[in-house]
Design a protein around this ligand. Sequence first.
Ligand code: SAM
Length: 299
Amino acid sequence: MARTDNDTWDLASSVGSTATMVAAQRVLAHREGLIDDPFAEPLVRAVGSSFFTRALDGEIRFEEIDPQFDPRRAAESMTVRTRHFDRLFTDAAAAGIRQAVILAAGLDARAYRLDWPAGTTVYELDQPAVIAFKTETLAELGAEPRADRRAIAVDLRDDWPAALRDSGFDPTRPTAWIAEGLLIYLPPAAQDLLFDRIDALSAPGSRVATEHIPDVSMFADERSQEIAERIRKYGQDIDMAELIYHGERNDVVDYLTARGWDVTAQKMPDAYAANGFEFPTDGPTAHFADMSYLRAVKR
Ligand code: SAM
């Protein structure tokens, strides 16, 4: 279904289903031994979408959905992504930062799986149904956060800075932020507002990691539509063309640089090489050659 200004979702619907999709990809990376996320699989299964459960059980062959799909390559792609965002937090922790914010947390289990130094507070923000589901499911699994986790149910198009402050966030202390897999789901103006707000809440020395996809046309091309159609036959609606916002948007590197952040951008082929992988020249990942992983430090 097309996006609207105040739309909401859970983990099986609309934008929420993309959180389940990337968590399923983390399952592949975990199974390959490339990342350590033991929570991804039970979380995806708990969502209860038969499409994802059957795919993880091998009952739906990925190649049936996308003839170009290769599970190992998908695992490597998610590994590069996961390590990029993990590193933002581990480096920030090593630099003494004890306040972390996971924007659009989805099924991100970093609060439960990373080795946070004592005294760290981790804020997680996402839509109410998403936040509630993850909190309850991980509690039922007996998982315990490894930091002072504060889950905030809020729409990132609303006044989330107020909700963050109400939960104890201290803007005078440096913060480590991540916005992973979020920007394409925000309208261009909302993306700018997101970074304006991050900037306003960030003391010097704060860090942020995100990704920049300069061209999102691959989410709406014929191949993408065919994949959405095949997934729909299994009862799951994930039509990326409808879920993301198209059109021109500001370049995150320029935007943050202009606001006093030192930004480092790594294009996908370099990010692959840094992880010891070869960037594929064909298949689904090849469409993301121009995508960059970014990290920035506020001066
Ligand atoms: N960061 C997580 C990860 O990488 O596993 C989830 C990424 S998922 C592709 C996109 C996430 O953005 C979903 O969890 C969704 O609920 C969240 N999201 C998108 N737009 C949002 C909004 N306006 N308010 C709150 N959450 C939003």
